[in-house]
Design a protein around this ligand. Sequence first.
Ligand SMILES: C[S@@+](CC[C@H](N)C(=O)[O-])C[C@H]1O[C@@H](n2cnc3c(N)ncnc32)[C@H](O)[C@@H]1O
Length: 259
Amino acid sequence: MCAEFNPLDWQLLCRFPERMHKKSSWTEHVPFAMALTEMLRPRTLVELGTQHGVSYCAFCQAVAELKLPTRCYAVDTWLGDVHANYYKESVFLDLQRYHRRYEAFSVLYRMTFDQALANVPDASVDLLHIDGLHTYDAVKADFETWRRKLSDRAVVLFHDTVETQRDFGVYRLWAELSPNFPSFNFEHGHGLGILAVGSQQPPAFHDLLRTANAKPASTRALFASLGRRVLLETEKHWLNQKSPVQRALTVLKSKSLLR
Ligand SMILES: C[S@@+](CC[C@H](N)C(=O)[O-])C[C@H]1O[C@@H](n2cnc3c(N)ncnc32)[C@H](O)[C@@H]1O
């Protein structure tokens, strides 16, 4: 039976993430990630591109809190790329330490996306998040090479669907793919595209897509404001870790009173 998406049905929609990082451009999508995990109850979840783990740990936090039987896999070289920049080994070591709490159901595969294909059975992935290099060619190749891994319940998320700077090209792939599947695009937080590639998602997910497409402005406003709340909490968290002098300098810089 068709029903409207009701935000009150999802207990994790207003949960703050336990894993925060000031350098992630994904922070504003955490409320959606948690609610989506609750809606889909995926059997297998794969993330391509994890870095500090903001998006991945939001999925894992939802799996842990709901005690879902989900298997989670994060794939990254943890070296960086030309868009995320190349970064230090401490990024991986910090995430590896934090991630120990999720080891019962989650694995960090430190390798390329192509190498990880051999570790995941075909037709098994219910939720795939693609967030690697954001050129058109790279994201298209990620989607095409991982497509055979998708189950009949699969939902694919694409980050950076509204970024048009430099050679970012997710928006081009999104324009090609989104008319061919049930889909919705969030425009806050650099854009997050939701693509229902399988034909058998749970009814609650279809209710969300139907409501979102019928009322796009209010759906975008709801998730953008929930995301903003998490972003502000993340900034407060990082500010509280600084000394009073560092804090004052950060506030002055943010008000452009200091260069
Ligand atoms: C934008 S970051 C991921 C951000 C992350 N999802 C978050 O929540 O902040 C992209 C990551 O993809 C990784 N990456 C890019 N191309 C890759 C490839 N072909 N194989 C493995 N990792 C790759 C980079 O090392 C980088 O850490």
